[in-house]
Design a binder for this molecule. Structure first.
Ligand code: AMP
Length: 113
């Protein structure tokens, strides 16, 4: 069921999160298993499973998520950072509620694994 994920539960306030930003369209909070000194997830309040399920009606929302990712990165004092959106299990997606990782605070290798 759409929204029936751990992030849906965070959005409904059923489980806590370490919030860093919130507005009417999205929420940003620290990843519970950070891969870098700064690791924040930006999620839409709308329960979109992944980028694969996003439609043209989500165009403004997707742009908003990226602008919030940038805002959060600056708020965290980052001058360089990586944004990651894993789409599908084979690409590493484990929570099926669209989310943008904001990762920074250390040197990041490229290409990712
Ligand atoms: P992905 O593998 O791209 O689907 O990313 C899911 C991310 O959610 C992982 O980096 C997890 O560490 C993170 N995560 C899972 N549960 C929680 C939680 N309750 N609070 C914060 N982050 C979480």
């Amino acid at each position: 069921m759409a929204g029936d994920t751990i992030f849906g539960r965070i959005l409904r306030g059923e489980i806590p999160c370490d919030e860093v930003y919130s507005d009417d369209r999205c929420l940003a909070f620290r990843d519970v298993a950070p891969q870098a000194p700064v690791h924040v997830l930006v999620i839409p309040r709308k329960p979109i499973e992944s980028l694969h399920q996003a439609g043209s009606e989500d165009e403004a929302l997707l742009g908003h998520l990226l602008l919030v990712a940038s805002k959060v990165a600056k708020q965290e004092g980052l001058e360089a950072w990586r944004t990651v959106i894993n789409t599908g299990a084979e690409a590493g997606q484990t929570v099926f509620h669209l989310h943008v990782h904001v990762i920074g605070g250390r040197e990041l290798d490229w290409p990712p694994g």
